[in-house]
Design a protein around this ligand. Structure first.
Ligand code: AMP
Ligand code: MG
Length: 403
């Protein structure tokens, strides 16, 4: 135990955990099913976007004549729709083509006037341009994206617009990372599943559900195990099963200084412990190490603490492993409107509600800040990022992590 880093900064903890790689696997997924997934390669476009010059307006296409005066009447040569063209149309001199949005521009045309600014004769033989046609109504081939250029980079989270972009670039399927199977093991003799009557001394087990939501939020697959009693044998059995079935393990509880804190004990005695305790409040007890070669984060039992440590330690680790900055860690500046208790040696993450006013963003702390008070987290918009020694006085401009 002497050599294991103890009570280190969040930065030091991150450096340690990032040294443990996790094997990534790819799969090819149809666009219908790839929303929210993480792209495993840089994706180059298979086509120009747009693939051909086309009209951004319903109107008339012609060749721009700098000498012309308006109104100007021209014979209508034909009509071109947004449809496969067959043979390319060629515009004759001093004529106009009726053109629809998205239709290929006839060869020789370079400008378009929208239909609202045109009048037609009764027989539809001629069109009168009430003003000059505009070159910017032509969408040029490749103006959005050139063939072979990279439009989405490895690690990009596939949002709805990005899924659409994959199709625009010509991909029916895309290579994405397989989500990790993440085991969630809560520990504690006092834990009861919701739905059963509580006896005195028992509480409902909530951490595994909260952590499962966080794992989903990160785009991975949570596997909740039945809560483990506080014995070395029960813990050993579940951790071994979890390490066989999953890529990573999250435990909750049993990492503090208590007599029955067996996660710490078993990792010290039978696992490979890389660090224990971190300078963060709430949430100072976490540990990280390997159980049967499987990365294991020992998160604190207090519900607010386990959530905070996931956001500050587990989420950055997963982003790092998957070469992604997503889901984004949003931070903003806010003015403190309540006094917030800080600490000398820890980063302090108090739960605050945010209000937008003429002064900017204002942070209020309306609830008591016990690390067992999950309601205070559920009603918060952000966590203060007070640095060690930063006072937390009213009126201070502080950094806030958006929840
Ligand atoms: P521990 O870290 O095991 O000492 O737990 C710290 C506090 O968190 C205790 O009050 C536990 O009852 C509570 N706790 C531990 N695990 C859970 C859980 N899975 N769900 C809700 N509360 C928990
Ligand atoms: Mg416990």
């Amino acid at each position: 135990m002497e050599d294991v880093p103890y009570f280190i900064t969040v930065q030091e903890a991150l450096e340690i955990v990032k040294r443990t790689p996790i094997s990534l696997h790819q799969e090819e997924v149809e666009l219908d099913r790839c929303h929210g997934r993480t792209l495993a390669i840089d994706l180059v476009s298979r086509v120009d976007d747009p693939p051909f010059d086309n009209s951004s307006m319903d109107g008339f296409a012609c060749k721009y004549n700098p000498q012309a005066t308006y109104p100007l009447t021209l014979p209508i040569q034909g009509i071109v729709a947004a449809a496969p063209e067959g043979e390319e149309r060629v515009l004759e001199n001093n004529k106009a083509y009726r053109i629809m949005t998205g239709a290929p521009l006839p060869k020789g045309a370079d400008s378009i006037l929208q239909i609202e600014k045109c009048t037609l004769d009764n027989n539809l033989n001629t069109v009168t341009f009430l003003e000059a046609p505009k070159p910017h109504f032509v969408r040029k081939q490749g103006e959005n994206l050139k063939k072979e250029s990279v439009a989405l980079v490895k690690g990009a989270k596939l949002t709805p617009s990005r899924v659409g972009l994959c199709a625009t670039m010509g991909y029916p399927t895309v290579p994405v990372f397989k989500p990790l199977r993440i085991a969630i093991v809560s520990t504690g003799d006092e834990l009861k599943q919701p739905g059963n009557e509580l006896q005195r001394g028992e509480i409902y087990e909530s951490n595994s559900y909260g952590l499962s939501g966080l794992v989903h939020w990160m785009g991975h697959e949570p596997h909740r195990y039945e809560a483990v009693n506080d014995t070395m044998d029960a813990l050993r059995e579940t951790l071994t099963r979890a390490s066989g079935e999953c890529d990573m393990i999250l435990t909750s509880g049993g990492v503090s200084m208590g007599e029955y804190d067996f996660v710490r004990k078993i990792m010290e005695e039978e696992g490979e412990l890389h660090f224990w305790r971190m300078k963060i409040r709430p949430g100072s007890p976490p540990l990280f190490g390997l159980w049967n070669e499987t990365p294991l984060f020992g998160l604190p039992g207090n519900p607010v603490s386990s959530h905070v440590v996931f956001r500050m330690l587990v989420a950055p680790y997963l982003r790092h492993c998957f070469h992604t900055s997503e889901p984004a860690e949003l931070r903003l500046k806010a003015i403190l409107r309540d006094r917030v208790k800080s600490t000398q040696d820890c980063v302090t993450l108090r739960r605050v509600q945010l209000h937008f006013s003429d002064q900017g963003v204002e942070a209020y702390q309306p609830r008591h800040q016990g690390s067992g008070n999950l309601e205070s987290l559920a009603s918060a918009d952000g966590l203060t990022l007070l640095q060690p020694g930063q006072s937390g006085e009213i009126g201070q401009s502080i950094d806030v992590l958006v929840l």
